[in-house]
Design a protein around this ligand. Structure first.
Ligand SMILES: [Zn+2]
Ligand SMILES: [Zn+2]
Ligand SMILES: [Zn+2]
Length: 326
């Protein structure tokens, strides 16, 4: 994803309080990944997200999915597991049932071969004080594939004594008690969510600039919100990357865009549309590293002050002089 696209997606996500809180916390703490945990009662949860945002478990998952759809996160397969079809709990016990009588009282048996002497017998014959010892030659068999191998696995039913190779697998939910078959089981992927690199880079650049501007403006007596929301005359609420006010009649709004190529001129028209609807007196458009020629002309026409620069220091220098804060 190119920088400009990443920048637009971030702005979209930042409209939502919980998304902003989560993303800012991740950036502050240098965290790039959100991992799930399985709990007995609530099932699948993302505790970090719940803790940071105050959301309930299902809403925390909803937030992660929304941010995935916005292109902020990518999903990584963390696990694939069985969930209860009734209550969605992942706390499931697995039964290997007898195909003859249906009992779950079955035992798994295996044949073991001592790879040194070639002796083959049931595993229980090799079991001695928690180790495997060959009853034929007395050698201790420690390494599977080197000392010994399993040459056959089968099951025996303790209820009807029948022996079988393939048991009938059923499940019982430990949370709600529901028993269910393989057909009824939910077999679902579980994801961890990872911040897209391009999103992270764009966010870091924008934050560095916005934090510096916030510090500068506060030191000059401005009240600053970043992002800042302003109600328009049309009834629509507009978001700017930064809004600063001083007294009742001095207000200033900043939007920042970064791109690999020169920033497209449409951002100027979009900023003008917001200004036209609000009473903001001063507007700054920061384009990193620069804006297209047509955008420069438009900014001039709409009296939007254009700030360009390759890095924070260049942007800050230009902003100071244009805003008369040097
Ligand atoms: Zn049986
Ligand atoms: Zn042996
Ligand atoms: Zn259940």
């Amino acid at each position: 994803m190119d920088k400009f696209e990443a920048c637009l997606r971030l702005k979209e996500a930042f409209r939502y309080d919980v998304a902003r809180v989560l993303l800012n916390n991740m950036l502050d703490s240098n965290r790039t990944r959100v991992e799930p945990v399985f709990t007995r009662r609530e099932g699948l949860r993302y505790p970090y997200v719940e803790q940071i945002t105050g959301l309930k478990p299902p809403q925390a998952i909803g937030l992660l999915e929304s941010l995935y759809r916005m292109g902020i996160f990518r999903k990584m397969l963390h696990d694939k597991t069985i969930f209860c079809p009734d209550c969605a709990s992942p706390d499931i016990s697995v039964h290997l049932n007898c195909p003859n009588c249906g009992s779950m009282d079955t035992s798994k048996l295996s044949l073991i071969e001592d790879m040194h002497c070639g002796y083959i017998d049931k595993e229980e014959k090799f079991r001695q004080d928690g180790k495997l010892v060959c009853p034929h030659c007395g050698r201790t068999l420690a390494r599977p594939g080197v000392d010994f191998r399993r040459v056959g696995i089968w099951y025996v039913c303790n209820a009807c004594d029948s022996e079988f190779d393939i048991p009938i697998i059923t499940f019982t939910c430990r949370t709600c008690g529901r028993s269910f078959s393989m057909e009824e089981a939910l077999y679902e992927p579980v994801y961890s969510y990872e911040l897209e690199d391009s999103i992270r880079d764009a966010a870091m650049t924008m934050r560095t600039v916005l934090n510096s501007l916030t510090g500068l403006l506060r030191s000059r007596g401005f009240k600053v919100s970043s992002p800042g929301f302003v109600n328009g005359r049309s009834g629509e609420e507009h978001m700017f990357d930064l809004v600063a006010t001083q007294g009742a009649d001095k207000s200033l709004a900043v939007d920042i865009f970064i791109a690999d190529m020169p920033v497209p001129e449409r951002v100027v028209a979009a900023l003008f549309a917001k200004l036209y609807d609000t009473a903001v007196t001063d507007a700054f458009l920061i384009a990193m590293p620069r804006i297209r020629e047509e955008g420069r002309r438009l900014a001039n026409l709409y009296r939007i002050r254009l700030v360009e620069g390759n890095n924070r220091d260049e942007v800050l220098r230009s902003f100071r002089s244009l805003a008369g804060l040097s």
